[in-house]
Design a protein around this ligand. Structure first.
Ligand code: NAD
Ligand code: MG
Length: 398
């Protein structure tokens, strides 16, 4: 029986994964561990539903509440970042990496040691430390399967193809809630406006990243890491309907597009069933009802994140870790009302510039250097913003 662990079970991706497992997708499963954050009520409910062996909250102060919620069930409980790593050390064949932010990196790295499958939703890991993650997977004969919808789409379009025949990879962006807003109005956007994605229902942070196109910038870097293509081969096109998730263009001029409903259970289910395709409970497309699919170029003046991603890919080294951390911290400042939406790209760009000397291509990429770059970038964003604000882990309610 397949042993499964979910990191970030109580979040948007985690809940969708639990939903699929509860429906029996992927076949008979023994759930080794589920981890969550403050929502220990939901975590306990998920652990009961799936008969998990262990439930872990990231917050030590919530251990008693989790224990009380699971009293009499026989589910083991634990709390804190160390306990999450210990959960990662328990052998599992299929692991979902769905913690949000850089906190997802180390559990993912540890889980790879079992040589199984890491279903990777946590794109921050690949952006900050792609080569490290891939080397760890190779060392242990583990497989990383993409769970981001665009990367799952690319992966599916490549089945049976030779990567050397790939000319270009095009990922789509909905354009977010501000696709048609002038820059002056974007500057005044509220957190609630930024978090209201037109097509996808996701966690607050990735939704706001979609509004600034920082999410797409992260995904461009993620594409480079996952598929090993040259940055110049990766393109972004704005596609407001979010029906086409990605396209792969081949050397004979053909393009393979992946279409589907905007439901993350498709990408998660594909990773659960891979290498076979099996029934998934997602909506089927009605193309005639859709009527049309629109595409337009992204506006890099209003959405500078895409340009920054190209600079990061050219610089290599620790610049991905700096980019990710600066973006995460700039987002903390925006959520706290400390800076405006359009300031986020300015903070990230200045942080990249300030830390460039330490980020060079020849800097060795290790967990320690990535962590140090992450800390330095967060401190630099605080310095530039002239303030400190609560960290994500202080406000996350999942
Ligand atoms: P979310 O905020 O809904 O959930 C995050 C999960 O991580 C929760 O279980 C939370 O308790 C846990 N968590 C948060 N901080 C933690 C910490 N410091 N230590 C341990 N656990 C912590 O986020 P989400 O939208 O589900 O996104 C999860 C990941 O998947 C992100 O990397 C995101 O970019 C990626 N992703 C999400 C979607 C989507 O549709 N939501 C799509 C593609 C990729
Ligand atoms: Mg995506």
């Amino acid at each position: 029986m397949r042993r499964v662990t979910i990191f970030g079970a109580t979040g948007s991706i985690g809940r969708n994964t639990v939903d699929l497992l509860a429906r029996g997708v992927g076949g008979p499963t023994r759930v080794v561990a589920l981890t969550g954050g403050r929502n220990v009520g939901l975590l306990a409910e998920q652990a009961r539903l799936l008969g998990a062996e262990l439930a872990v909250t990231a917050y030590p102060e919530l251990l008693d509440a989790l224990r009380a919620a699971l009293d009499g069930t026989g589910v083991e409980v634990a709390a804190g970042p160390e306990a999450i790593l210990e959960a990662a050390d328990r052998p599992a064949d299929w692991v979902m990496s769905a913690i949000v932010g850089i906190a997802g990196l180390e559990p993912g790295l540890r889980a790879l040691r079992h040589g199984g499958t890491l279903a990777l939703a946590n794109k921050e890991s690949l952006v900050a430390a792609g080569p490290l993650l891939l080397a760890e997977a190779a060392r242990h004969g583990a497989r990383i399967l993409p769970v981001d919808s665009e990367h799952s789409a690319i992966f599916q379009a490549l089945v049976g193809e030779d990567i050397s025949a790939v000319e270009r990879i095009i990922i789509t962006a909905s354009g977010g809630p501000f696709r048609t807003w002038p820059l002056s109005r974007m500057a005044r956007a509220t957190v609630a406006e930024a978090a209201s994605h037109p097509n996808w229902s996701m966690g607050q942070r990735i939704s706001i990243d979609s509004a600034t196109l920082f999410n797409k910038a992260m995904e461009v870097i993620e594409t480079r890491e996952f598929f090993g293509v040259d940055p110049a081969q990766i393109e972004v096109v704005v596609h407001p309907q979010s029906v086409v998730h990605a396209l792969v263009g081949f050397s004979d001029g053909a393009m393979m597009a992946h279409l589907g409903a905007a439901d993350m259970r498709h990408a998660i289910g594909y990773a659960l069933n891979w290498p076979v395709r099996a029934h998934l409970p997602v909506e089927r497309l009605d193309l005639a009802a859709l009527g049309r699919l629109d595409f337009e170029p992204p506006d890099e003046d209003r959405f500078p994140a895409l340009r920054l991603a190209r600079e990061v890919m050219a610089a290599r080294g620790l610049s991905g870790a700096i980019f990710n951390a600066a973006k995460e911290r700039a987002l903390d400042h925006f959520i706290a009302g400390q800076v405006c939406l359009t300031d986020m790209a300015v903070l990230v760009e200045r942080t990249l510039a300030a830390l460039a000397p330490a980020a060079g291509a020849d800097t060795p990429l290790t967990l320690d250097t990535v962590r140090a770059a992450d800390r330095a970038a967060r401190a630099e964003v605080d310095r530039l913003a002239g303030a400190t604000v609560p960290a994500m882990s202080d406000v996350d309610q999942n």
